[in-house]
Design a protein around this ligand. Structure first.
Ligand code: BDR
Ligand code: CA
Length: 309
């Protein structure tokens, strides 16, 4: 399968890249970097470094949006560290990013592989929204889009109702949800209950090699942040779970379909993902998203560990 990854690495983004890179059947045809966990220059540079760490040098990395469509950017150094990788310094990459923007690269690849390209979007959706502006037929060219984002029937993580990727660019997210993609949504509903446990993190520490070693160092920083949330040393693996839903769809055990919209106006709820759960939803007749609510947890944790061996 051919996969374009749009991401803001980012510690959990890093593990998502490891998950994909470890699978011989996955051709990572391009990476778009976007602001989010860090500035876009940092996330693009991290993507290049991570591709080398995880054994996929040479994948084109394109620099994307440095800011949201409308609001001012907000970054997350308290979650991912100032360099986006928990302060861990990976060797500088051999090459640099390509000249095309992330949106241009995505559109070119979607036209090159019509009906075959899968898109994994695990950062703010700005690059995808810009790509839709360049090619409104993008949803018809892409096979499947898996988005990590949103909090559908659970609290948000950056406000009472909003999740970070959606909140970082609500206008972009709304444009993507309205566009008609075959869309799987991996929201906090599932990512906050399918976590890397203390035992899993300990097991990773025992895995020899550079991939596991460096990843374990990133995750030490990330687990310190999540300890403040969960009370124990474990961490949400948002982005790798979205990667798993894309490449291991049989791992999904429960999901529901509903049109999803993004609240753009609410004083308290801007950035909220609103699923219309009525049997006969109203509003525009947008294509429903599939919201993932259950996965085979043990299998996911096992495969994630295997990808780092
Ligand atoms: C999402 O926000 C980012 O910080 C993570 O990388 C993940 O994509 C979780 O809300
Ligand atoms: Ca991310």
């Amino acid at each position: 399968m051919r996969v374009f990854v749009d991401c803001d690495p980012g510690i959990d983004d890093a593990v998502a890249l490891a998950y994909l890179a470890a699978r011989p059947e996955v051709e990572i045809v391009g990476i778009g970097a976007v602001f989010g966990n860090g500035g876009v220059d940092v996330t693009a540079d991290n993507a290049l470094r991570l591709l080398e760490l995880y054994g996929r040098p040479g994948v084109p990395v394109a620099v994307g949006a440095s800011r949201p469509l409308v609001q001012a950017p907000r970054l997350a150094p308290h979650v991912h560290g100032d360099n986006g990788l928990g302060g861990v310094e990976l060797p500088p990459p051999a090459g640099g990013p390509v000249a095309e923007s992330a949106a241009e690269l995505l559109v070119r690849l979607a036209r090159e592989y019509p009906g075959e390209l899968d898109v994994l979007a695990v950062g703010p959706l700005t690059n995808l929204a810009i790509a839709l502006g360049l090619e409104p037929g993008l949803p018809g060219l892409v096979r499947k889009l898996v988005v990590m984002g949103g909090a559908v029937r659970v609290p948000g993580n950056v406000s009472s109702h909003a999740e970070a990727n959606i909140n970082n660019d609500p206008e972009a997210a709304e444009a993507v949800f309205a566009a008609g993609f075959d869309l799987d949504l991996v929201a906090l509903d599932i990512t906050m209950k399918t976590v890397a446990t203390t035992e899993w993190l300990e097991e990773l520490k025992g895995v020899p090699g550079e991939k596991a070693g460096r990843t374990s160092e990133f995750l030490d920083f990330y687990a310190d942040f999540y300890k403040g949330i969960f009370g124990v040393r474990q961490c949400a693996m948002h982005d790798p779970l979205a990667a798993a839903v894309l490449v291991d769809p049989s791992m999904v055990t429960e999901a529901f379909e509903a049109p999803v919209r993004v609240e753009l106006a609410g004083a308290l709820t801007r950035g909220m993902t609103v699923a219309d759960l009525r049997p006969r939803p109203g509003g525009d007749e947008r294509r429903p998203a599939r919201v993932i609510t259950g996965v085979a947890e043990e299998e996911f944790l096992g495969r994630m560990l295997d990808s780092l061996r």
